[in-house]
Design a protein around this ligand. Structure first.
Ligand SMILES: [Zn+2]
Length: 279
């Protein structure tokens, strides 16, 4: 009988322990999905970071975005497609904006995209990413970094994927090029719910075109509420393709300037370095 009691006690103890273990695990699970207590530290006590990026090396960015940014001392990231007309004709202007503290980012030399995806009739058959090898495109991206260094003297920069196309020869391009960058804007996304799982090497962007200033402001407000980041990728500013108007761009900058204590506006290079080094 004593033996039986002992055995029962042991069983009960084990049962209690297992129950406790399952409950503790369930609590941990709950915690991992609840980001409300996760605090991310941005410089100067800011609630959110704002990355203002501009793809494709467009003349309207030099003519319209740069004066607007410089007016407030905001630094942006300009992802140059190095074969673009404006790089050939205005490389000294790009060099000058790098000297002002803006980032010249890598957007490859030729901007190859996959013709096999929907609505890609416009892709030049000689510049079809589906026909390129991983070795070719990696080499092009490394050479783009070398050309950018010739323009701005910098060795550390970030990358944006042309057309957000990351599959080459059926494989993911991002791990191949990761050693050459401190940050990669790779896909269309939303304002992150928190910084807990944010990976600057595979970062989401919001690419607005034909939006209102209020819509852009609502996005940065959401980033402040989430203690996360508003990662924008613009194209034309007041002209060129996928444009937003200069007025809409200005409304966003005005709002950020009025609320400088809430938002840390900087290059994606500096934001990525902060995320990986300071936290
Ligand atoms: Zn592009």
């Amino acid at each position: 009988m004593v033996k039986l009691l002992k055995a029962f006690n042991l069983f009960f103890l084990a049962y209690t322990f297992v129950t406790f273990f399952i409950a503790a695990n369930a609590m941990a699970d709950l915690k991992s999905t609840d980001n409300s207590d996760y605090k991310f530290n941005w410089p100067n006590g800011a609630k959110a970071a704002v990355s203002l990026s501009y793809d494709d090396a467009l003349a309207s960015q030099l003519d319209n975005a740069i004066p607007a940014l410089n007016h407030y001392g905001f630094k942006g990231s300009f992802y140059l497609t190095l074969s673009a007309k404006s790089v050939n004709e205005r490389w000294e202007d790009w060099r000058a904006i790098a000297k002002q503290g803006h980032e010249l980012g890598n957007h490859t030399i030729n901007h190859a995209c996959r013709a096999s995806l929907p609505n890609r009739q416009w892709v030049d058959k000689n510049n079809n990413l589906d026909n390129k090898t991983m070795a070719q495109i990696t080499k092009e991206i490394i050479e783009a970094n070398q050309l950018l260094t010739a323009i701005d003297g910098q060795k550390i920069r970030t990358f944006t994927l042309p057309c957000t196309d990351n599959i080459v020869e059926g494989r993911d391009l991002l791990p191949e090029i990761a050693p050459y960058f401190v940050g990669i804007k790779s896909h269309i996304g939303v304002i992150p719910a928190s910084m807990k799982y944010f990976n600057p090497m595979n970062a989401p962007v919001i690419a607005p075109s034909r939006v209102t200033g209020q819509a852009l402001i609502a996005l940065v407000k959401q980033a402040a509420k989430n203690n996360s980041i508003a990662s924008f990728t613009f194209h034309g500013i007041g002209a060129d393709h996928l444009a937003i108007s200069t007025e809409v761009h200005q409304q966003l900058l005005d709002y950020l300037a009025i609320n400088k204590g809430i938002y840390w506006v900087d290059t994606f290079r500096n934001i990525s370095l902060h995320i990986t080094q300071d936290n």
